[in-house]
Design a protein around this ligand. Structure first.
Ligand code: G3P
Length: 219
């Protein structure tokens, strides 16, 4: 399974849930179709069915639980996410943190059902810990830059270089404040495989334009 180079996390933004999620997913599909770029989306569970009908690229959950089918009120079993057609899932996002124990269990549960895991880490130390759990990919996101206008690429080039080294053979995305092609280009030049972003696309008045610009950074 392959890690997309640009993943847009719809989070729970109003501009990216319900009918707006469908519009946004369609637009990602247009850019994917027009450029052939490696783009994925991470959507709210409520919108998974609708988005899968609109977007042919990889669709990720924003979180799943390490439980099987059964009496699990309020949980999202990893197996159910797989059967729904999801490609993979984010785990341990700074806005949806997990204990180390639960994180390890969840990575294992996803591996068993073939759900691709991108585990978020807020520090180099956390990246080192997560490497030991054997996820498919890691996303380094410094929490203080999430949702802001200063990108991880511009603020922390040395840290990116260092977490790429710590991740070793596990592919690594970087995220937080990513907005444009330059952020993508710098991330790639430092050894990252791509970017994970949200507000730069979701809250833009011209998300399609932003996406095309981000894709330019891949070449
Ligand atoms: O998961 C992506 C995210 O946390 C980064 O958010 O808005 O800074 O691109 P943003």
């Amino acid at each position: 399974m392959k890690l997309p180079a640009i993943i847009v996390n719809f989070k729970a933004y109003e501009a990216a849930t319900g009918p707006a999620a469908v519009v946004l997913a369609r637009l990602h599909g247009t850019v994917l179709g027009g450029t052939g770029a490696s783009i994925g989306v991470a959507v709210n569970m409520l919108d998974v069915g609708a988005v899968l009908g609109e977007f042919s690229g990889p669709v990720f959950a924003q979180h799943v639980d390490p439980v099987d089918f059964g009496g699990r009120t309020g949980h999202v079993p990893a197996i159910a996410a797989k059967k729904a057609g999801l490609y993979g899932t984010l785990l341990n996002h700074a806005e949806r943190k997990l204990s180390s124990e639960v994180l390890e269990q969840t990575i294992r549960a996803c591996r068993e059902v073939g759900l691709y895991t991108i585990v978020c880490a807020e520090s180099p130390e956390k990246v080192a810990e997560i490497v030991g759990y054997g996820p498919d990919a890691i996303a380094y996101e410094p929490p203080e830059l999430i949702g802001g206008n200063v990108s991880v690429s511009s603020a922390q080039p040395d840290v990116i270089r260092s977490v790429v080294g710590i991740a070793g053979s596990i592919p690594l995305l970087v995220g937080a404040g990513v907005k444009n092609e330059n952020d993508v280009r710098v991330a790639l030049s430092l050894g990252a495989q791509g970017v994970l972003l949200a507000s730069g696309v979701v809250l833009s008045p011209e998300p399609e334009k932003v996406l095309y610009n981000l894709v330019d950074g891949l070449s």
